[in-house]
Design a protein around this ligand. Structure first.
Ligand code: FES
Length: 573
């Protein structure tokens, strides 16, 4: 299916007049010969490299490898930088900037003479932000995930990036972890280039793009420093040139069935709850209808096939040696739409048929899963009219049905100030309620939903409690944590009306989250409620607060939903 369409880049480089001269002439200062401007597909290498994004620190080198592949296939590679979001460094939260980064990607692609795009991604938000932007332009696009770090090892045990933070925090509170121990763990945790090597959000996003059919098969799990990752990058560079010739645009790959596949695969790998919010936003950009209920309907009965931290034992390096995502996708054949097309021109099913599993402690067969049902549960009730989510595989079974007294914190600062107050009236049966951490309220919906338990309860040996918020949770965290409550408290959701002492009922099996307060009383509280003062009066943050949608819609900006295509109507004169 060769494409006879004129290359988009010819609008820039094919002209014979003044503007053709301008477009070519300045670019020639980088030393490109004539034939580069004569019908070669121009491939944009969209790079989220930044020294401020440690997980993507190796992507400058990867860009050169991708470009090698593009040139080998007869393309003209041009690398361009875009906003990069470093999860462990940016304040107050990278999620505040995901949509901003996506705008940068979208406009950079559309405004330039590109025929196809390679997205170089790694850290949590760099995958969804680049893909959201690319979807709104809809050119042929392939993703090269940067790959996880090698396993962390600390005193003979695997330590998973992110997941170990929560363990350390608890150990420090219960005082059997010294500063020297902490220093040693810090040095052991990040041994190589790459992103977090747990099944946190970055690994979840890498698996998501592979399951969506947007990477070459097997790309997600290859460690960043493995030479095979470089081969993958080079082959992706070659392949994108062919994709341009085939006019294999994102909208031809990202059909509803591809999204369903991603939801099923995410359940089987035990992926992060952040997957929901990012996939909803991506679907919104490409114009595929997806709802919160789809995640429950399609994913909740899927067996857990991967034994990775935070809920399991192993790490991404082990996952790669066991066979990686192709093994999972092969095991999932009965559940998946196997005929969905992927970037290499073959179907998902064709790509993942002959793939042996090399370690069944890491990847299970579907008839011997690590858990029978692994997906995300979507809750409804008067506390979350538009939904809330919980990850049962990361929660405590005994808390999945629970009634408890609310202990309410109005903000994360309020929580930090009071949670370890010895006089705080709280025990392990209580429900910790955190308000003000939603998309508008924080703003940016940070990963604080899995707040620590009070130190006095940790010291008693309490390991888990029900926690409810309008925020998110790190993909590296675990616990009986209800997240993404929508509408959020700052938007006047019922969460804002919860008071200390109210009784809350969580019933995951029946998908119910209920505030046991009469409707009459809630109406009284609602009438007395005033919305919090806006936290920004200018700039991007003000724009974000004014336009961000609620969590059940993917927290994208309302004006960014949808696709404007690749046509630029006005010229440079
Ligand atoms: Fe970048 Fe975890 S901090 S992936």
């Amino acid at each position: 299916m060769k494409n006879e369409k004129k290359l988009r880049s010819a609008e820039w480089f094919g002209g014979s007049g003044k503007m053709g001269f301008v477009h070519r002439s300045w670019l020639r200062n980088q030393g490109y010969p004539d034939d580069y401007f004569q019908g070669r597909p121009v491939i944009g290498v969209c790079n989220t490299w930044s020294e401020l994004t440690p997980c993507n620190g190796h992507l400058r080198e990867f860009a050169e490898i991708v470009k090698r592949g593009v040139a080998e296939a007869g393309g003209f590679p041009l690398e361009f930088p875009v906003t990069s979001l470093g999860e462990t460094i940016m304040k107050p939260t990278t999620m505040l900037f995901r949509n901003l980064a996506s705008m940068d990607v979208e406009e950079s692609i559309r405004a330039n003479p590109l025929d196809g795009v390679v997205l170089l991604t790694g850290c949590d938000k760099t995958t969804p932000s680049t893909l959201m932007g690319a979807c709104s332009v809809d050119l042929p696009t392939i993703v090269v995930p940067g790959g996880p770090m090698l396993n962390g090892w600390f005193r003979g045990e695997r330590i998973g990036s992110g997941s170990f933070n929560w363990i350390i925090k608890e150990k420090q509170k219960t005082q059997d972890f010294s500063d020297e121990d902490l220093h040693e763990a810090e040095i052991c945790a990040a041994r190589s280039s790459g992103h977090c090597m747990t099944m946190g959000t970055a690994s979840t996003m890498a698996c998501m793009v592979e399951a969506l059919g947007l990477t070459l098969p097997g790309a997600a799990a290859i460690p960043a420093v493995d030479s095979r990752k470089k081969v993958m990058a080079q082959l992706s560079g070659r392949r994108i040139v062919e994709m341009v010739k085939e006019d294999l645009t994102l909208s031809k790959l990202l059909v509803r069935e591809a999204f369903e596949n991603a939801i099923i695969a995410n359940a089987a790998v035990g992926g992060s709850t952040n997957f929901i919010i990012h996939l909803l936003a991506i679907a919104g950009r490409i114009g595929v209808k997806l709802s919160l209920e789809d995640f429950d309907k399609l994913g909740s009965a899927i067996p857990l096939l991967v034994n990775l931290k935070p809920s399991g034992t192993y790490l991404m390096e082990d996952f790669f040696y066991a066979g990686g995502l192709p093994v999972v996708l092969k095991e999932l054949h009965p559940y998946l739409h196997n005929d969905v097309l992927t970037v290499n021109g073959r179907s998902l099913g064709e790509n993942n048929t002959e793939v042996p599993c090399y370690n069944d402690k890491v990847i299970a067969a579907r008839d011997r899963p690590f858990q029978k049902e692994a997906g995300i549960a979507v809750l409804r009730g008067n506390l979350c009219a538009d939904g809330a989510v919980i990850k049962p595989s990361a929660a405590s079974p005994e808390l999945m049905k629970h009634r408890g007294r609310a202990v309410v914190f109005e903000s994360i600062e309020d929580y930090h100030q009071r949670i370890d107050d010895p006089d705080l009236e709280i025990d392990e049966s209580c429900v910790i309620v955190l308000q003000g951490v939603g998309p508008k309220g924080y703003p940016g919906m940070p990963e604080v939903g899995n707040v620590d338990l009070p130190v006095k309860l940790l010291q008693k040996g309490v390991k888990d409690m029900v926690r409810i918020s309008d925020g998110r949770m790190s993909g590296t965290a675990a616990g009986t944590v209800v997240l993404h409550v929508s509408p959020e408290s700052a938007a006047g959701g019922t969460l804002a009306l919860v008071q200390n002492g109210d009784m809350i009922e969580l019933d995951v099996k029946n998908r119910r989250l209920h505030l046991d307060v009469s409707e009459q009383e809630l109406q009284k509280r609602r009438a007395a409620w005033t919305s919090p003062a806006p936290l920004a009066s200018r700039g991007y943050v003000k724009f974000y607060i004014d336009h961000v949608q609620q969590a059940h819609l993917g927290a994208d900006l309302d004006i960014l939903t949808g696709c404007s295509g690749s046509v630029v109507t006005r010229d440079l004169h």
